[in-house]
Design a protein around this ligand. Sequence first.
Ligand code: HEC
Ligand code: HEC
Ligand code: HEC
Ligand code: HEC
Ligand code: HEC
Length: 193
Amino acid sequence: MNARDEQKSAVPEAGPTHKWHHPGRWGAVIIGFLAFTVISATAAVTLQDRIFRRPVEQPIKFNHKLHVEDNQLGCSTCHEYYEKETFSGLPDPDVCAFCHSEKQGDSEEEARLVKMIADGEALEWKSLFRQPPHVFYSHRRHVLVAKLECKTCHGDIASTTAPPTRVTKLRMQDCIDCHHQKNVSTDCTTCHR
Ligand code: HEC
Ligand code: HEC
Ligand code: HEC
Ligand code: HEC
Ligand code: HEC
């Protein structure tokens, strides 16, 4: 039983002693109206998410291609947890400081980073792939146990030269399609705990 179920069962049931037991025609109108409101509100939020949301800006315009392909850094240099934990992690400044406590090149963006590191500023990366809290997902399970490649789910981020600016996370159907294909459970409670 999850927290939400517990909450529900804590609410006393509306027993047959209630006067307005039969909702009748007005009840139907009100329920119809509520359903309409909920559906349009959901549609509006989804649309806003997909189309109108302002592009996400990261503290530094990080270049995956330059680090992964040109400088041969493995993903785990900066995302250190995917073999042990549910999450992968985003890098702290001291990971970058390993090289950028001193200037490596002439780019302005790097100069800004070197200064941030010297000033002891935090790098507050925003995660675009993050799922809502009701979804359970584990990197360890998919990367280490199922041996899936990062790009199966994250696309070719290793060859991009700037951070993604739009929400690109997996939809429920993406998870379910692969689970079907690989004979993994698609019970609701597999992913919603
Ligand atoms: C030198 C450090 C570094 C290396 C190496 C690196 N990354 Fe990243 N990665 C970052 C930083 C910083 C961010 C956050 C900014 C951004 O989105 O570009 C990030 C973001 C991401 C994100 C987006 C996460 C989100 O929720 O928005 C994915 C996915 C990702 N990296 C995958 C990879 C993969 C796959 C590899 C190996 C092929 C890799 N990274 C190698 C530093 C690195
Ligand atoms: C193992 C060393 C190493 C690590 C760790 C590293 N970098 Fe770099 N980075 C480099 C090198 C080498 C360059 C290329 C410098 C040049 O030639 O301009 C570079 C270039 C850059 C640039 C300029 C890129 C451009 O597109 O012009 C930025 C910004 C940058 N790194 C950010 C980061 C951030 C943020 C981190 C930590 C998440 C990080 N780096 C970690 C080695 C590293
Ligand atoms: C089966 C699909 C799948 C694979 C394979 C996968 N990821 Fe993810 N990744 C996700 C999902 C889903 C999230 C969002 C998780 C959440 O919010 O709980 C995510 C989130 C992330 C994030 C955001 C920050 C965080 O702490 O988790 C990074 C970085 C990341 N993945 C890197 C990687 C790297 C590197 C690899 C390969 C070693 C990889 N992922 C393989 C699905 C995948
Ligand atoms: C490309 C294929 C693929 C995608 C996409 C994928 N999965 Fe999976 N998932 C697997 C495989 C294969 C396993 C079985 C791993 C093992 O052998 O334990 C698995 C296992 C799991 C498990 C553990 C199942 C159990 O029985 O305990 C959970 C939870 C899970 N996935 C959640 C998700 C979620 C949430 C998403 C989407 C955000 C997702 N998966 C996307 C392939 C995938
Ligand atoms: C393999 C993983 C997986 C399984 C199985 C799964 N879900 Fe989901 N579900 C997700 C993910 C990931 C999201 C969040 C992304 C999204 O909204 O598409 C989600 C979102 C949802 C939402 C919220 C939708 C919204 O718009 O906010 C509901 C409700 C839901 N799931 C119900 C279910 C029910 C009911 C079942 C069983 C029939 C089920 N899920 C099975 C992965 C899964």
